[in-house]
Design a protein around this ligand. Structure first.
Ligand SMILES: NC(=O)c1ccc[n+]([C@@H]2O[C@H](COP(=O)([O-])OP(=O)(O)OC[C@H]3O[C@@H](n4cnc5c(N)ncnc54)[C@H](O)[C@@H]3O)[C@@H](O)[C@H]2O)c1
Length: 298
């Protein structure tokens, strides 16, 4: 494998593990910030899909005049795809965006410990799991930091940076510096369930769903109130349809299991919508109906 530090003018390389929704977006962020970027997936099919998402985003950026075709082409010369974790050995930073499962993430960091340089920094994009638990018994607990990107990663300005209980002050500082180099503003949070964003957002979303269940107002009127009265860029139900009801259910349950606060428990309507395959945009029907990019009423 080529040593990216040697072949890219000594510039630090970033490895992104998992090229799904978040990993492919994070890779775009790394490419735009000038980093040689490695993307690692489980198999060729998932890797192709992830690389396809990255290319599609960059192509869209060219179409919208955000970058030139030459800039896109230059970024693609810095993009390397692999299904072999060892190819990330030369990466100064490794950002994991694999499934939200503590055992999967921990096993990954254990394997990375065996291949990565001693000065490598390990970032986890977990939304709901404990950074301390993910880092536990991986061999480099002091080098693991939470770096929670918002979806879509290339468009959202903020990351939450969360040190685990065993994260070293130096690793935290390096994560903060990395966020700056990636063009992100950061907030630092303790390693607590949901950090800041989901600690506020999930109960709020569940309150909106409960308000709908109780007949307080229609989907459209709650969204209108949230957008025009509270100044949010998207209505709660628009956002839930974009995230996916299945994802919302899983996130709510994980936070509820940790916090035992009933406001985090997904309301019954969420389960019923999942059973009806009304998952949101991805199935064409959630709180709204979607057809060829157009939105219809609830
Ligand atoms: N989707 C969101 O809105 C969002 C927002 C912020 C954070 N997150 C967090 O980001 C992480 C990823 O979420 P996602 O929505 O991108 O999931 P996703 O299912 O879209 O993608 C996960 C990818 O990881 C790959 N993968 C799994 N195990 C792997 C391994 N060992 N090595 C390499 N690749 C592996 C899978 O093949 C899949 O492509 C989760 O921890 C999630 O909580 C998600």
């Amino acid at each position: 494998m080529a040593d990216t530090r040697a072949t890219n003018g000594g510039q630090d390389a970033i490895g992104v593990v998992g090229a799904g929704t978040m990993g492919s977006g994070i890779a775009v962020v790394a490419l735009r910030a000038g980093f040689p970027t490695w993307v690692c997936e489980t198999d060729a099919e998932n890797l192709d899909a992830g690389i396809g998402r990255i290319r599609a985003f960059l192509d869209g950026s060219v179409r919208r005049g955000k970058i030139t075709a030459a800039e896109r082409d230059e970024m693609l010369t810095r993009l390397h795809g692999t299904t072999v974790l060892e190819d990330l050995a030369s990466c100064r930073y490794v950002i994991e965006a694999v499934y939200e499962d503590v055992e999967v993430k921990r096993a990954l960091f254990r394997r990375l410990h065996a291949v990565a340089a001693p000065d490598a920094l390990f970032l986890t994009n977990t939304s709901t799991l404990s950074v301390t638990s993910i880092a536990a018994s991986t061999g480099h607990e002091e080098r693991v930091v939470g770096m929670h990107f918002c979806n879509p990663a290339p468009l959202m300005a903020l990351v939450e940076i969360s040190p685990g209980l065993r994260t070293s002050p130096a690793a935290l500082e390096e994560a903060q510096a990395l966020a700056g180099r990636l063009g992100k503003t950061y907030v630092v949070t303790h390693d607590t369930p949901g950090f800041i964003l989901n600690y506020f957002l999930i109960p709020f979303e569940n309150d909106c769903i409960r308000a709908l269940e109780e007949g307080l107002a229609s989907v459209e009127d709650i969204d209108r109130a949230v957008k025009l009265g509270l100044g949010y860029p998207m209505g709660t139900f628009e956002l839930l349809d974009t995230v996916g009801l299945d994802v919302h259910y899983a996130v709510s349950m994980r936070l509820y299991e940790q916090l035992h606060d009933p406001r985090f428990a997904p309301p019954p309507l969420v389960r019923r919508m999942i059973d009806a395959n009304r998952l949101g945009r991805k199935t064409g029907h959630g709180f709204y109906r979607y057809e060829k990019g157009r939105v219809f009423g609830a």
